[in-house]
Ligand binder design. Sequence first.
Ligand code: SF4
Length: 524
Amino acid sequence: MARKFLVRTFGCQMNEHDSERLAGLLAADGMEATEELEQADVVVLNTCCIRENADNKLYGHLGHLKALQDRRPGLQIAVGGCLAQKDKELIQARAGHVDAVFGTHNLDQVVQLLHRARHEGPVMEILDHAPLDEGAFTSALPVRRNLAHAAWVTIQVGCDNNCAFCIVPAVRGVEASRPFGQVLAEVEALAEAGTAEVTLLGQNVNSYGRDLTTALRASVLAGTAAWVASAHTGGSPAATAHVVRLPADAAYRVGRPWTAEVQEARPRARALFADLLRAVGSVPGISRVRFTSPHPKDLRPDVMAAMAETPAVCEHLHLPLQAGSDRTLAAMRRGYTAQRYLDKLAAARAVIADLAVTTDIIVGFPGESEADFQATLEVVAAAEYDGAYTFVFSPRPGTRAAEMGDQFVADDVVKERFARLEVVVNRSALAKHRARVGLIEEIMIEGPSKRDPSRLTGRTRQHKLVHFPRPDPDDPAGAALAPGALARVRITEAAPHHLVGELVELLHVPRPSSRRTRIPVIAG
Ligand code: SF4
């Protein structure tokens, strides 16, 4: 009988996607997925150190698993991801029953490490840098996805920025872009298997390709362009079609020739995210393209134009503000001022019709004064967001901000500011949502509403949740409204975090996919 595995996820979308890859690797090794902890022979905890109390949560889970392992000595436990990358041997020092520890750069080795641990006892392998091969990109590994109709696709790992509150550069390393053709080959394979929506994942998607360009140009000069060409088409004839044919004498970037005129006009390598958006958006069968996250300082007109001119790219921009005070932004090392941010937002709205904008905001960054916070409220009001993820600052060990203890803002002050910010965000979100009442929106069905199973839930192209009464399952339209189906709904009510509507018509029913099996990738 096949051994069974369960993957638990503690983090962001990048982590969840990594977990899909871990599940794919374990399945490729002949194991079966289970959602029952009691049935699992292998439990993999995919950790994150961005969220608050990540280590307490991890060690709490490990304590629980120890009791299970005492009852079932064959149970293997593996810990990977950001927290493992940061804590390294500390994990097995605090939890000696963990069989395998791996980091963010070598999750492709999970199977080998588990095999080794069965013979050698506890093992740990953490790489300081991503290897320069396909294994650096989790999307290049086997995968078992949660959903058939929507998929994440990694386009970049690591981050070259230096935000004072963020641990990502320390645990994920420098930016490395996944070859253009590999991304396209994966998107094409997904489309062929029935996926209609892809979300391109990276820590700073707007800088996608800057490193790739440099590498490509260097490889051309070094005479290894043939290798580069094959690597960048991912071996897929279909993907090759998306790579522009290059003049023999041109030094080049992926996507477009690097002609003498371009070189003269742009002596520095430019990012290729706009090219990638256009190429992914042109893959037949892909009707929705999303991405996360762009950095405001790197959002440029070419990306806005690609969003505006590529019908599949959704009218939604998640543009993290973090703070509205220039003093706080400088202390955070964000690389933009509030005015520069608002100017970019205005430019994006000017070219992308009906654009929804969401953001992230941190309250109580060390040294934040009342005047700084007021500036944040003013920028949030001026930005007229459709929604915002608001966070209370909490120090992440290993970051610059964690060392600013003498400037931490008192808890009661932060709490009060947080409540005021929520009022401004919700007011603007509600105004945006009320403006949609009476409109007919295209939604992609996600399934029954979590709170009220008599309603179905879907998402608009602007990424807004819409709930609507579930048609009678005996009605053919009701039966066809499966996850991934496209429908039109008339918006009848608005709330700050969702819309309510009524079904107008069913537009499209997803075709059966071989990837419907749900793999137990459980958010922690
Ligand atoms: S851009 Fe800043 S917040 Fe985002 S991953 Fe990089 S360092 Fe972290």
